[in-house]
Design a protein around this ligand. Structure first.
Ligand code: FPP
Length: 223
């Protein structure tokens, strides 16, 4: 099972609690840990989380800086959680636009968890946009001139190379859109939308969505 999550609603959650937006992001980061641990325990194999999109750079500089700081703290603080819960960490997106320090932290966490863990793979989308991923993929394929362009060679050159397509995509925060997240990989994903804002989302709500997922009849275009 590959579950993808669009974690929306941090800003509105903070507003409801009469706090600055960054307070919502902080709570949102805590929620990542809770939901990831639940997925690891439930035997889900892949969990993709939309943490920072190629469009998020348009936010005020202070908010972008805070999100980057939070990410840095998260990667350092959670290393132990990954190792203890047997979680493999992987980033997708163009991380070359992040600070060198963050890039090193990401690479080192990937290397260590890939060597020592074999449970859930948590895929963190950082400076990720599906259109940008496809653009980078086509550049790779153009360079490999001997390579035939088919669905398989495209899938292999995506950031998610080797990871199966998304089975289930959940978006919190009430909006009903995909916002440039895993467009190729979600071609046949079952979609779930909830009004719940990301910091208020719970393992319990996710569990009931997963139960509904198994009730759905997936035909993949067939009968
Ligand atoms: C959407 O809330 C949230 C994001 C910008 C992405 C998710 C970020 C986090 C969960 C926190 C930081 C992540 C890590 C990995 C440390 P929003 O600000 O768009 O909410 P709004 O729609 O209510 O304004």
């Amino acid at each position: 099972m590959h579950l993808a999550l669009i974690m929306d609603g941090n800003g509105r959650w903070a507003k409801q609690h009469l706090k600055p937006r960054i307070f919502g992001h902080k709570e949102g980061a805590k929620k990542i840990r809770e939901i990831t641990e639940f997925c690891a325990k439930s035997g889900i194999k892949y969990l993709s989380l939309y943490a920072f999109s190629t469009e998020n750079w348009k936010r005020p500089k202070a908010e972008v800086e805070y999100l980057m700081k939070l990410l840095g703290e998260y990667l350092v603080k959670e290393r132990q959680t990954y190792l203890e819960s047997n979680i493999v960490f992987k980033s997708i997106g163009d991380i070359s636009k992040l600070s060198l320090e963050l890039q090193q932290e990401i690479k080192s966490l990937e290397t260590q968890t890939q060597a020592e863990c074999n449970g859930l793979t948590q895929i963190l989308a950082l400076n990720y946009g599906a259109k940008d991923e496809l653009r980078r993929t086509f550049m790779i394929l153009r360079q490999k001139q001997e390579c035939e362009i088919n669905e398989e060679s495209i899938a292999q050159a995506l950031d998610t190379s080797g990871i199966p397509d998304v089975d289930m995509l959940v978006r919190t925060g009430g909006e009903m859109r995909l916002s440039n997240f895993l467009l190729w990989q979600s071609a046949y994903a079952e979609l779930f939308f909830t009004q719940t804002l990301w910091p208020s989302f719970s393992a319990q709500e996710l569990e009931s969505m997963i139960a509904e997922f198994y009730q759905r009849n997936r035909r993949f275009g067939g009968l």
